[in-house]
Structures are given as C-alpha cells and as structure tokens.
Design a binder for this molecule. Sequence first.
Ligand SMILES: [Zn+2]
Ligand SMILES: [Zn+2]
Length: 327
Amino acid sequence: MEEEAYGAALQYFTGSKDHNIKLRSLAIDKGWKLNEYGLFKKDLTEVVARGTEEDIYKALGLKIMPPELREDRGEIEASLKGNLPELIELKNIKGDLHVHTVASDGNATMEEFAWACKKRGYEYLGITDHSYGLRVTDGLSAERLRGNIDIAHNVAKRVDGLKILIGAEVEILEDGSLDYPGDVLRELDFVVGAVHSKFNMESDAMTKRILTAISNDYLTILAHPTGRRLEQREPYFIDLEKVMLAAKAAGVCLELNAFPERMDLNDVNCRMAKEIGVKIAIDTDSHNVPQLDNMFFGVATARRGWLEKGDVLNTLSLKELVSFLST
Ligand SMILES: [Zn+2]
Ligand SMILES: [Zn+2]
C-alpha cells in the first residue's frame, strides 16, 4: 500500500542519471532532499512533494517535461527559463515523402499506398521510386518515371482527398551530381537525393559530394544523411555541420529516416539541425504498406532531438507544402 502511494513519485527516475543528479542539486539548493520516495525537508521530517511526478517538478520550480527530454542536455535550464520545447507528436504528421512502389523495389502499388495514407488521415503522399543509377532496385528510366506521373493521375481520380506528389529518390553520384538531368527533375513535384554507393570516401570528399548535391536547384530533401544501417554499416564520414549550414542556406531539408535500421539523423543530429535552423523531413522510406507505421519511430527520435512541429517539413498542410515546394 505504502509502496503504491509512492509509485508516482518514483517515476522521476525515468530521467537519465545526470538529469536526476541535477534535480537533486536543485533540491539541495532549496534546503531539501530528493530521493526515490519523494521530496522532503532536509531532516526528512516533512514532505514537500511526493504525490505525483508533476508535484515534484513543480516544487523544484520546473515544468513537468516529457521523459524524452530528461537527459541533462539543457532541459532543466530551459525549464527554469520557461523555454521548454513543445515536442512534435505523431498526430502533427500530415504526410510521408519517401515511399517506394512496385515501379522500383517496393512491394505495394501506388494506389495501395494512397489508400493506406488516406486511412491515416494524411493530406499527401510523396512517391520516390529509385532513379536509373540504382540498377539493383530496378531504378526508373526517365521514361518509366513519366509513367509514374500517369499512374498518379489515375490513382488521384480514385483516391480523393489525398494529394499524390511525384518525386524520385535520385542517386547522388560520386561527383555530387544527380543521375537525372535537369529537364527530368523539373517535371517532378519534389526530389529526394541519396547516397547509395561509394560509402568509404574521405570526409572532405564525401562532404564536398553532398554539398554539390545540395547546390542542385532541384534537390528538396537529402535522404538518410549519414548512411548508417544499425548493426550493419557505420555512418559515412561527413561534416554534418557544414552540410546543415549549406542545406539551410539552400532551403534543402534533411531527412530523419524512420526505417528502424536507419534512424538517421539520430537525436543528437536532430538537435544540431534545430539549432542551425535546417528543416527536417521525417519519412518512412516504406517499401510496403505496414512500414508506413514506422513514422512512430521517426517521431520518437525527433522528440529526443527536441524537434517541434515547426521544425518538420511534413507537418505542413498540403497548401503550405505546395507553397514551400514552389519556392
Ligand atoms: Zn535510400
Ligand atoms: Zn528510399
């Protein structure tokens, strides 16, 4: 019984060790003691707060904060100043801008994805089949890419209330050029660029390669910017800060790829992106319909990186997105 009553207070230990140490030192500054049973006057004779986690934060002069923030990365200082971020939520996501259909290496048709996105309440779906250069994925020739545009027109007639945007996941070649010419890229609603080859370049060369891609007028989103695959491949060498600064200047977004094996950008990268002011697109890189659910993991990582709704491209309404894409 006694244990149960203290249960809520125990939750503040969901913070990292360093977060909890800071909470304790705030308590000490006030002449109190914070332990796993609650917040007490120093000699433990009187309870200051222990009903709920919120009571304890409040007594310490802090606003309750989501567990994702409790890592001693400035959240306590931000709370004291009243500057805590309002973290993005899954319900803020209005669409997915990285999806592969049967036209390249996906396992579902555009129409199947469209219905699934409509069911999720999305306003738009961005189709990004692979470009020609990635032969192993049956990458699309310019002619087949135009075929995708025709399919989109047909699907749009059947799936009303969902806008299908036709893009492509275009190879960033070794010299930083994209493997469709400008006149093809111009026909697309948006362009996702990605590195899928020559991962072992030196940092300077890889950074230059990506910066060249970012300077391409047609690039909208840099996909999986560090190339890591958990348990399979380390991130490639890249000066991410330089990349982010260039992306911000060029109005290019960086992707937080929600595919569980990728999850790049990671939380620390997201925080850097936020500080630099470059916009993030959280996309699933789905190759089948159930993978659309991976958006949850992307949003979870974004939250650990302090991202708010306004930091994320695909929280924009369709109207706002179309206006962003036209600039
Ligand atoms: Zn990719
Ligand atoms: Zn992809």
